[in-house]
Every structure is written in structure tokens, then in C-alpha cells.
Design a protein around this ligand. Structure first.
Ligand code: MN
Ligand code: MN
Length: 474
């Protein structure tokens, strides 16, 4: 018979008093590894289908409609269990499952963004230089510019032709498609470049997308390569050069989402900030198998990477209009709904990177496989720009996550005074909605190829689902 070792007083008191987080893999429930893998397979499809906000909306819409959601008709009465959505100009999507209690009890909102850093084509992009054709780009969001050189890029977007007709562009994703690239200088000639600082190694105006080199016909003349490119665009999309003026074309990494590591524990893909949280919120809402007590709302927002401005950003009144339409159908004042609501601002955070340990404060960092990461505040320096969630709010989320077996951690983004970042949290909080940040830790955030841990991706979903079902401020 095995003798049971007595715990020493020190061990007992340590266990009782000290906080010692465990790796998420030591905290999983029976069968959860399979659920993680199944969830992440769906997430990778979402990443490949939605590389722009427009594509994310399209994909989310198809999923929502299959799950029984229908467009919101303002003025129409809404009953518990009704599933409605509002497509904001094809770039942002608002969805709701009407709760058992009316909206004077508030809504539980999951808000994430579906725009990601990329290279937008300028409005007059196409030119020829030394018989090579390029498109000028204007980068979108915070990037290390040098990272966007010498990788395969795809071109996505929409062109509005002079007659008003639109054409969707998606080149470089299907097998056999041509792709694009931005060049960099060979190391042999990079003597001067090597002395420059990171931001100027490759300048914004050097981020020019290579699009062709074969001249048109045999007749002598200028700009024959550019003309040949225009011929191809005209053939395929019926567009002429002037149509670039009313186009939104963006170069994004052409690589597909893949498993990383021999153990396949990690996902590598473009645009995981913040499609990893967008998918978690969307999937959690679509998977609700019972009518939640309070109305559950999912926001897929655009323009977060440039300050949440514009008509499809989180600062837009579009959200207020959607919520007031919901409220009106129940005769509830919007302000009463807001003050009773709860919002999880779902956005990624920086995972601790052992290769760049100096940028982190190890006691307050997020770690791969330690679960969805709650951040009480974001911002920079002395919490500038932060929407600092109250202790009470952290307490509510903590209780729900603990009760529902959600693996979670609490951290802030890197070392104080090292940098910082923001989310949509402050724009929700400004509306008088109790808001807290939480999301998935990411390595190489904002790089063309970002990585996340599968366990953390799944726990973001599990956490959001738990909040939709169980969040109760009382
Ligand atoms: Mn983000
Ligand atoms: Mn970001």
C-alpha cells in the first residue's frame, strides 16, 4: 500500500495563499483536446476565406444565415430567441440573439474587429519604371514595413467602374493564380541600408507592388509594360485605368493558415489580429443552443487598426442605430439598455516571447497555452488611452470563467513604457457600457504571418460563450 505523503505546513500554506497558474494543457476537461482541434479547423477556414473585412462579413453572413439569422427590419417586433443581423455597408456586421429578458436588463456584447494591417493600393497606383510595372501602395495599420517585402502577396478588393457596376477582385489565392511581391535590396549592396533605423530600412514609398514586365505587342512606344497589365485587367475585369480611382484593392499575404510545430499546437496565418477574436465571438453566438437570458450581441467592426474611425468603425453611430432598433422593438430606452449592458472588447494581446524577453515584464505577461487573456487596461505610458475596467467587472468575468471551466489568464501588453496599444474598449465604455478587454495572445503580432496557440483560440470561444450564457452583474 502506498503511503500518503503528508503535506508540510509550508506546502499547505503555499497552496492556500499563493497564486500559481498552471499550463492550460494541465487544466483541460475530458475530451477537450478534440474540441480544440475541431474548433481550430473551422477557424483556419475563416482565416482563408476572410482576408479582408469585406470577405469576413461575407463569410460570417453565410454562416449566420445558415444558423437562422435574418436581416433586422426596424420597427418589426422582436421576440425572445429571434436571431437578427445588420450588414453595415459590407464591411462591418452586427448580430443579435434576443434574450428572454427585455433590453432594459442590458445586452451582453462581444466586440471584435475584422480589419488587419495590409498594403492598400493608392488611388492612382499603376506605373512603369525601367520597363517594370508596379502599383504604389499606402500601408494600412501599424506595420514593420520591411516585413512586407519579399513575400508572396495576393490582391483582394473591389472596383467600382464608371457605369457604377462593381467587380470583386481576388487574385493569388487559387492554385495556379499569379501572385505579387514587394522587393528588397540584396545584402551584397545593403551597406547604406544596414546603417538605417528600422522604420527607414524600407520606406513607405518603396513598398511598390511588382505587377508585370512583359511589354505589349511589338510596336515601339513608351509604357508598353503598363499597357500590357491594363490589357489583362480589362480582359478579366472590364476595367480601365481610371477605375482605380474608385477601387479598394489591397495586397495581403498569399499564404494560407497552417499548423505550426511538430505537435501542431499553434496556428500560423495572416490577419489573426483580430480575426481570432472575431471568429470566437461569432461562433459563440451562432452556437448558442438555448435562448440566453439577456440579449447576446456580436459586433464585427472595421477600421480598428486606424483608430475605429469612419462609418464602419466602432466610433460610428451604426452600432447605436442597431441597438436602438432592437430597444425600440421592446419599448426600451437605449440609454437604459446601455447602462445595464456588458461588453467584452475582444482583441488580441502580445504573448510573451522568450526571444525578445527584454520587451516584457514576465510577472504580468500573457503566455501561450495559458488561455484567453483578460486585460484590465490597455493604453500606453501612464495608462494613457486606457479603458480601465473596474475591479468589480474583472470579478464578474473571473467568476464566470472559473465556474464554466474556461482556461484564462490576466496580463498587460509588454513592459510599462515600452510601447502600448488600444482596442475598441474605450468607444464602448464611452457609450456608458461596462467594458473589459480580453483576447488571444499572439506572437509576431501585425507581422504578415502571426502565430497563436490553439488552446488559447478555443478558450476565447469558450469564454465568450460562457459570458453570453452566464454573465450576470448581480
Ligand atoms: Mn486588434
Ligand atoms: Mn492590431
Amino acid at each position: 500500500m502506498e503511503e500518503k505523503k503528508e503535506e508540510s505546513l509550508l506546502q499547505q500554506r503555499k497552496k492556500a495563499l499563493c497564486f500559481a497558474p498552471e499550463n492550460g494543457y494541465d487544466r483541460l476537461e475530458e475530451g477537450e483536446t478534440d474540441r480544440i482541434d475541431a474548433y481550430c479547423a473551422g477557424y483556419k477556414t475563416f482565416l482563408d476565406e476572410g482576408k479582408t473585412e469585406r470577405e469576413c462579413v461575407q463569410y460570417a453572413l453565410s454562416q449566420a444565415e445558415a444558423a437562422g439569422f435574418r436581416p433586422l427590419v426596424p420597427g418589426e417586433p422582436l421576440r425572445a430567441g429571434d436571431k437578427v443581423y445588420w450588414n453595415n455597408r459590407g464591411k462591418s456586421l452586427l448580430l443579435a440573439v434576443i434574450g428572454q429578458e427585455d433590453l432594459s436588463h442590458g445586452a451582453v456584447i462581444g466586440a471584435a474587429h475584422i480589419d488587419s494591417p495590409r498594403l492598400d493600393l493608392k488611388q492612382n497606383p499603376l506605373y512603369e519604371e525601367k520597363e517594370l510595372a508596379y502599383c504604389k501602395t499606402h500601408y494600412y495599420g501599424g506595420i514593420k514595413k520591411y516585413q512586407w517585402t519579399t513575400i508572396p502577396l495576393a490582391l483582394h478588393g473591389l472596383v467600382v467602374r464608371r457605369d457604377g457596376s462593381t467587380v470583386t477582385v481576388r487574385i493569388g489565392e487559387d492554385p495556379g493564380d499569379p501572385q505579387f511581391t514587394v522587393g528588397d535590396l540584396l545584402p551584397h549592396l545593403a551597406g547604406d541600408q544596414a546603417k538605417k533605423t528600422m522604420g527607414s530600412i524600407v520606406s513607405a514609398e518603396q513598398l511598390n507592388l511588382f505587377v508585370g514586365s512583359r511589354p505589349f505587342g511589338s510596336e515601339a512606344g513608351s509604357d508598353r509594360v503598363k499597357l500590357a497589365v491594363l490589357e489583362l485587367l480589362h480582359e478579366k475585369y472590364g476595367m480601365v485605368e481610371e477605375d482605380f480611382l474608385s477601387a479598394e484593392l489591397m495586397a495581403v499575404p498569399a499564404a494560407k493558415a497552417v499548423d505550426i510545430g511538430l505537435d501542431r499546437s499553434v496556428i500560423g496565418a495572416y490577419g489573426q489580429d483580430d480575426r481570432v477574436c472575431a471568429y470566437a465571438c461569432l461562433k459563440a453566438l451562432l452556437d448558442l443552443d438555448q435562448t440566453p437570458r439577456r440579449t447576446a450581441v456580436c459586433v464585427l467592426a472595421d477600421k480598428e487598426e486606424v483608430g475605429s474611425l469612419g462609418v464602419t468603425g466602432m466610433q460610428s453611430a451604426a452600432f447605436d442605430v442597431f441597438m436602438s432598433d432592437l430597444c425600440q422593438s421592446q419599448g426600451v430606452a437605449l440609454k437604459r439598455c446601455y447602462e445595464a449592458s456588458f461588453c467584452l472588447s475582444a482583441d488580441v494581446t502580445a504573448a510573451y516571447d522568450p526571444n525578445f524577453a527584454e520587451a516584457y515584464e514576465v510577472r504580468n505577461s500573457a503566455f501561450f497555452n495559458y488561455g484567453v487573456c483578460v486585460s484590465k487596461y490597455t493604453g500606453a505610458r501612464g495608462k494613457s488611452g486606457a479603458s480601465d475596467a473596474s475591479a468589480e467587472l474583472v470579478g464578474q468575468v473571473r467568476r464566470v470563467f472559473a465556474d464554466q471551466g474556461v482556461v484564462w489568464q490576466l496580463a498587460e501588453l509588454g513592459k510599462t513604457d515600452q510601447g502600448g496599444g488600444g482596442t475598441v474598449a474605450c468607444y464602448m465604455a464611452n457609450r456608458n457600457i461596462d467594458t473589459i478587454d480580453a483576447g488571444v495572445p499572439v506572437l509576431s503580432m501585425h507581422a504578415p504571418f502571426e502565430t497563436t496557440a490553439k488552446l488559447d483560440c478555443y478558450m476565447a470561444y469558450k469564454g465568450m460563450r460562457a459570458l453570453y450564457v452566464c454573465h450576470d452583474p448581480a
